[in-house]
Ligand binder design. Structure first.
Ligand code: C2E
Ligand code: MG
Ligand code: MG
Length: 685
């Protein structure tokens, strides 16, 4: 039974759609060939796909062949070829063309569907791949939307925070923050794309440090839809950094900030003070007598003492006040928002009071005081370095002003700075002078009152400054004492005086005693050996040399000093006690010192004969010397009246401008030669 042609065509079309959807390769080709055959009532029918290897069949001579290309939107999907013995009608051609048009569009849609389903499978595989990678890497990676709600959470994040992805995804990132009040937008979005170090909280409540790097999460059209966060635990590194920071900025002994941190903190505080128009000040504190304790009782006691001092300082200060240890026995305190200067001195007094209570350490009852220098912001300076330097200068002044190591507080003032600059200039100049032959010795003769002859000379150092001319020792000896430069200077003086004595000895002059001044700092256990060595090197008898020591030398450890003195006098070198009467030597001690001569200080000679006190002192010194069987010499004798008084009081020797000023070596030598010329005896007396 023949079906209706339209219904026929519809069923062929449905068969075509069905074949395209279900069949592939030759099965599809066979089925499409069959349908083409049926639609055109042909004997043979083929479908040749565009990409198929199959070739177009050879035309059979007795058959009429009809070919129809299958094209959609310029895309070629192959062709139908049908054949039979009779020619094709227009309607049959039309049927084949319609079938080809339908086939082309179905094939096109199907190939698109195939392609996209293939792409989908690929994307799915890729996603799976990526999430595997994310889970494998050690770092924790999470994503969140623009409001901070977590959208993904890898295995690394699970390990780091302790929350599973089920627990974390969907919650706001803020639940991981250590700092409650930090808002998501401040902390994150402003730093987008940047690397930062943050504190985060684990599920078990532990706080840790993480390095956090953020990058934008965008959709296909490049619109930002959230953030990707990469986090790594850096707690260990942070702790190491903190330890290093502590070492770099805190004093290991007392735990107080050190100089570097103080400088930083003071500069910060000054910055604030500047904006708020506040005042500030720095206190520079140096302990008194600390060195002595440290040297005699040992470092362990010294260290414990410093720790206790640090504790006491901290206890009397307010929390916002800074206290630092600068090194050794030096501390600094920074005070800000002070109203008036006297507030600074109130605090300074509190600090000194804190030192008053004795320190009981290792069974020792120790007492230390302090000297405090204060510099004020903004009046004296506006940065930490300057304020610290000026407070140091003021402290130095306080120390000088302190009576008998007593406590002192001094504010910095401009003229101190000038004094300090001058001091530094002289110090470096003197160092230079020592190495560059700018120092020389003058010799001031000493006379016997009885014979009127020169019996010796005092070697006095002079500094021939290239610009300032001859500088007297009063201007640089105290500084040399303070800085320790007096030690190399003293060595130079002894050496030069002995070299001069040797020259005079070789020139045939009779021996005279050359007196060399020795400062307290030179008076060490090494001195006797150095003296012997120098005498030996110059081939001098010890009778050529005398050492003048001052009373201050005797104020150190008496037994030690006497030991050194004994070793010197054992060499045959004599000792005289210079500036006698100005110090505090107790008469009971005086007996024990192996001293040859007492030297009456010039300040007493000056008052003779008008000042009754000076006269009394001079004659008392003379009688003490006589009782102790010491010789006595008066220095600074300028007038005949003074000489007459001294002579009548029983003084042995004199030295002073009345007879001679200190002379250059050549002039002294000339005087010495005249001195020994017979008949010159009456000259001096
Ligand atoms: P001194 O040891 O008491 O020296 C005596 C000082 O009095 C010398 O001052 C001398 O020039 C001065 N003089 C002597 N006779 C008179 C006088 O009749 N009238 C006046 N107005 N002065 C007189 P100079 O040379 O300036 O030395 C001052 C001090 O410097 C010395 O006092 C001594 O303490 C110290 N000095 C000098 N040379 C040295 C040295 O080589 N080493 C050490 N350590 N100190 C030295
Ligand atoms: Mg002297
Ligand atoms: Mg003197």
């Amino acid at each position: 039974m023949l079906a209706h042609p339209v219904a026929d065509f519809i069923s062929h079309s449905a068969a075509l759609c069905d074949a395209v959807l279900r069949l592939r390769g030759s099965a599809l080709a066979d089925e499409l060939g069959r349908i083409a055959c049926a639609v055109t009532n042909s004997a043979t029918g083929h479908y040749i796909a565009a990409d198929s290897e199959a070739s177009v069949p050879e035309p059979e001579p007795e058959l009429v062949q009809l070919r129809q290309d299958i094209v959609f939107d310029q895309q070629h999907f192959g062709c139908f070829i049908v054949g039979r013995r009779t020619p094709y009608s227009e309607a049959e051609r039309q049927h084949l063309a319609s079938l080809a048009a339908l086939g082309a569009s179905v094939l096109q849609v199907h190939s698109l569907a195939l392609r996209s389903s293939h792409a989908y499978v690929q994307v799915e595989a890729q996603l799976q791949h990526q999430s595997q990678i994310l889970d494998q890497i050690h770092e924790s990676v999470l994503t969140m939307d623009l409001n901070g709600f977590i959208t993904s959470w890898n295995k690394g994040a699970e390990r780091l925070f302790g929350y599973s992805s089920v627990e974390a995804v969907g919650r706001n990132i803020l639940f991981l923050y250590d700092d409650e009040d930090m808002s998501f937008h401040d902390a994150f979005l402003e730093h987008g794309g940047r690397l930062m170090e943050v504190r985060r909280k684990k599920k078990n409540g532990d706080i840790f440090w993480a390095s956090l790097s953020l990058s934008q999460l965008s959709d296909v059209s490049e619109r930002s839809i959230g953030l990707i966060a990469y986090l790594t635990d850096i707690t260990e590194r942070k702790q190491a950094e903190e330890r290093i920071h502590h070492l770099a900025y805190y004093d290991a002994l007392t735990g107080l900030p050190n100089r570097s941190l103080l400088t930083k903190l003071v500069d910060q505080a000054l910055h604030v003070a500047q904006r708020s128009k506040l005042h500030g000040c720095l206190l520079f504190i140096d302990l008194n007598r600390f060195k002595l304790i440290n040297d005699t009782l040992g470092r362990a006691v010294g260290d414990e003492l410093l720790c206790e001092v640090a504790r006491r300082f901290r206890a009397v200060l307010r929390d916002q006040d800074l206290v630092a240890r600068l090194g050794g026995d030096e501390f600094a305190v920074g005070l800000f928002d002070i109203g008036q200067h006297f507030e600074a001195s109130t605090v300074a007094t509190k600090l000194l009071d804190a030192l008053h209570e004795p320190f009981i350490i290792d069974g020792h009852d120790l007492r230390v005081g302090g000297s405090i220098g204060i510099s004020v912001y903004p009046q004296d300076g506006s940065d930490a370095e300057t304020l610290l330097r000026l407070a140091d200068i003021a402290m130095y002044r306080a120390k000088q002003g302190g009576v008998d190591d007593g406590d002192h507080i001094t504010f910095y003032s401009q003229d101190m700075n000038q004094g300090m600059q001058e001091r530094m200039r002289i110090e470096s100049g003197l160092r230079h002078a020592l190495g560059n032959g700018q120092l020389m010795l003058h010799y001031q003769p000493k006379f016997s009152i009885a014979s009127g002859k020169i019996i010796g000379a005092e070697a006095l150092v002079r500094w021939a400054h290239p610009e300032r001319g001859l500088i007297p020792p009063a201007e640089f000896i105290p500084l040399a004492e303070a800085t320790g430069l007096v030690v190399p200077l003293g060595e130079w003086v002894l050496e030069t005086a002995c070299a001069q004595a040797q020259a005079w000895k070789e020139a045939g002059l009779p021996p005279v005693r050359l007196a060399v001044n020795v400062s307290a700092r030179e008076f060490t256990a090494g001195l006797p050996g150095r003296v012997l060595d120098t005498l030996t090197r110059y081939g001098l008898e010890p009778s050529w040399l005398e050492l003048e020591i001052t009373e201050s030398t005797l104020m150190n450890n008496i037994d030690r000093v006497i030991g050194i003195m004994d070793r010197i006098t054992a060499l045959g070198v004599t000792l005289s006690l210079d500036d006698f009467g100005t110090g505090y030597s107790s008469l009971s001690y005086l007996k024990r010192f192996p001293i040859d001569t007492l030297k009456i200080d010039r300040s007493f000679t000056t008052g003779i004969p008008d000042d009754a006190n000076d006269c009394a002192i001079a004659s008392t010194i003379i009688s003490i010397a006589q009782q102790l069987k010491h010789k006595v010499i008066a220095e600074g004798v300028e007038t005949l009246e003074q000489l007459a008084f001294l002579k009548s009081s029983g003084c042995d020797e004199v030295q002073g401008f009345l007879f001679s000023r200190p002379l250059p070596a050549a002039e002294f030598e000339a005087a010495l030669r005249v001195n020994w010329t017979p008949g010159s005896d009456e000259r001096a007396a």
